[in-house]
Design a protein around this ligand. Structure first.
Ligand SMILES: [Zn+2]
Length: 299
């Protein structure tokens, strides 16, 4: 049986045909229509129907950025895609596509993909972080996506690590994602570098060339990533923290200070048990995870 996994982002929607083992056989990509629900739905159904022409699809799984209610299965709010507010994507699409459709928070879907098919294979309790524009997170506890009471759990990027710190997109201040993210790296670069670059990739390039300010930026970002990991380790005693996202192209520049700081802050036996590793599936974890959630719903 084949499934379609869809990963909805603020600028692009990625989708793929995935088999039972989590392999992507065919993939596609369209631009996200953020402000017009009818246009959003017609571009998305167009993409999915294109796949349906070539293979028989059992179910569709969709990762959505925002708060998805596990009670009503509607998207309550999606800050970057306003047209999805209070929309039951499952009902709207199942009607048109004639196959079961399930939705899940995008970071939760990515965590599930990484857990089943990626770095997390063989673990039981795993945290997945995505360091990109923001800091996404998903928790797999006892082999299942942890959703909380209403489906809104795992917004770890919005836990406060600096009282009265930088303003955050969520309305609060000092959230860990204001530091550990591409956006955070740029702000830290402005604080620490004389000619701060305008992209986080350029800060990384400068660090690779040995620029002292840029190296300090990664040291500081990695330190806060480590504090974040130590909080997760003490809270959940996980087998693994897998970290993906565009910023992780910097690899050891972030992971080395992160591991050092986590070792300092977390309980020793819990730290020793927990592997802090780079994700294996990024940037496909979201598509694969959404497809695997669709597979599990059917079986
Ligand atoms: Zn926040």
């Amino acid at each position: 049986m084949y499934y379609i996994g869809v990963d909805i982002g603020g600028t692009a929607i990625k989708a793929g045909v995935v088999d039972d083992a989590g392999r992507i056989l065919e993939s596609g990509r369209i631009q996200t229509v953020a402000n017009d629900l009818d246009a959003f739905l017609s571009t998305l159904t167009g993409l999915i129907r294109g796949f349906q022409k070539s293979v028989r699809i059992g179910a569709v799984g969709i990762g959505v950025p925002g708060l998805r209610s596990s009670k009503t299965r509607t998207i309550e709010t999606s800050p970057n895609i306003p047209c999805l507010t209070k929309v039951s994507l499952e009902a709207e699409l199942a009607d048109q596509l004639k196959v079961p459709v399930i939705t899940q928070n995008d970071a939760n879907a990515a965590a599930y993909g990484e857990f089943l098919i990626g770095a997390g294979q063989g673990t039981r309790h795993m945290v997945h972080l995505t360091v990109g524009t923001g800091l996404g997170s998903g928790f797999i506890l006892d082999g299942k996506v942890f959703e909380g009471a209403l489906g809104y759990a795992a917004e770890f990027g919005h836990t406060v690590v600096q009282p009265d710190g930088r303003p955050c997109t969520c309305g609060s201040r000092g959230c860990v994602e204001t530091i550990v993210s591409a956006t955070g790296i740029l702000i830290t670069a402005r604080e620490k570098m004389i000619d701060a670059p305008s992209t986080s990739e350029a800060v990384f390039e400068a660090a690779r060339r040995g620029d002292r300010g840029a190296l300090e930026v990664f040291e500081e970002t990695g330190k806060y990533l480590g504090i974040a990991c130590s909080n997760l380790i003490n809270l959940f005693n996980p087998d693994m923290i897998a970290i993906g996202g565009g910023v992780m192209a910097s690899g050891g520049l972030l992971l080395a200070p992160a591991r050092r700081e986590a070792r300092k802050c977390a309980f020793g036996p819990s730290f020793d048990h927990c592997a802090i590793v780079q994700s294996k599936l990024w940037p496909e974890a979201g598509v694969i995870g959404a497809a695997m959630l669709a597979r599990d719903r059917l079986n």
